[in-house]
Design a protein around this ligand. Structure first.
Ligand code: NAI
Length: 308
């Protein structure tokens, strides 16, 4: 008889937020297939965060159970502290433990900065940045006391590189990078790890690209290669004990490519023993530093080739 290999997440319990559709649904399915018991969290809202529907998350739970896995549905929002605590409590009630939090829930309220309303700013910060803090912080006491745990947060090249019309989203997603690094530093002594994934995936979030001309249609066909399911294997690996020495990192995944992203470090310095004046900065410091300026790149200028 061939001995059964232990599954990568056997015995673990995970929370996946925003798991009713898109990338999060594939995270939940893949984690369950890898042996984890899964809290499928989702409020079932629109891309803009309007309305609620419990059925998408329940459908994912049904799919997992039909495949022989273990999952429960939770429809609390990540955006408020009390309800985020109930998401974590749901894992404790259902499974008696929690090993990984996957902060994936998200909405968009795109608008050029000069037109962006305070409500549009707050709604996006509340779900992405505050939501990631809320769920992570609610899980932290459990992770600390059990001396293990893992976070995977979704960031975006909108923040890491740049994009038009997404000041709220870019700020939230870069804030999440700082949150992840801080958790990794603060909780390393409790063997808790924290990493970010910057996904590229054909989900409803980017699915509204117009397809009228042949050129647009061809472009969209290429973008469809960025399947949501392609992001999941990295999240499963990061949630597993095989990733025990991986923390504080930022990865990107686009179809069959996986990237390690840079983190900010000094590029060059200039020094003047007598100190600087505004004039000498203009005459000496700026010309010396200018060679290292970054252009006003958008994500697509940096990821300029078709998904592979
Ligand atoms: P999606 O819109 O398909 O899924 C997001 C899910 O989050 C939805 O099911 C929604 O109901 C849920 N959600 C929204 N607000 C919530 C709340 N307050 N509490 C709980 N659940 C809530 O989007 P997609 O593309 O699957 O995105 C997943 C994550 O990946 C997001 O964090 C997104 O910002 C990020 N991302 C996606 C990219 C892409 O190319 N699709 C690119 C960069 C980042």
């Amino acid at each position: 008889m061939v001995p059964q290999l232990k599954k990568l997440l056997e015995g673990k319990a995970v929370v996946v937020t925003g798991a009713g559709g898109g990338i999060g649904r594939d995270f939940a399915l893949a984690m369950a297939a890898a042996g984890a018991r899964v809290v499928v969290n989702d409020i079932g809202t629109s891309v803009k965060g309007e309305g609620r529907d419990a059925s998408p998350a329940q459908k994912v739970v049904d799919e997992i159970r039909a495949a022989g896995g273990t999952a429960v549905h939770n429809s609390d929002s990540v955006a408020e502290w009390e309800s985020a605590n109930r998401i974590v409590q749901c894992a404790m009630d259902a499974f008696g433990r929690l090993d990984a939090v996957i902060n994936n829930a998200g909405i968009l309220r795109d608008r050029f900065f000069f037109n962006m309303s305070v409500d549009e700013w707050r709604a996006v910060i509340d779900v992405h940045l505050n939501g990631s803090f809320h769920v992570s912080r609610a899980a932290a006491p459990f992770f600390k006391s059990q001396d293990s745990g893992c976070y995977v947060h979704m960031t975006s090249t909108s923040g890491l590189v740049g994009n038009l019309g997404q000041a709220n989203y870019a700020a939230a997603k870069l804030g999440i990078v700082g949150l992840s690094k801080s958790i990794a530093l603060d909780m390393a002594k409790y063997k808790v790890r924290s990493n970010c994934i910057s996904p590229f995936a054909w989900s409803r979030m980017i699915g509204s690209i117009p397809t009228e001309t042949d050129e647009q249609k061809a472009r969209v066909e290429k973008l469809k290669a960025m399947e949501t399911a392609k992001i999941a294997p990295l999240a499963v690996f990061l949630a597993s004990d095989a990733a025990r020495d991986v923390s504080g990192q930022i990865f990107a995944v686009r179809a069959n490519e996986i990237f390690i992203m840079s983190q900010s470090r000094p590029l060059r310095s200039v020094h003047r023993a007598e100190g600087w004046t505004a004039e000498s900065i203009g005459a000496h410091a700026m010309p010396a530093l200018r060679a290292h300026f970054y252009p006003l790149d958008r994500s697509q200028d940096v990821f300029s080739w078709d998904p592979l």
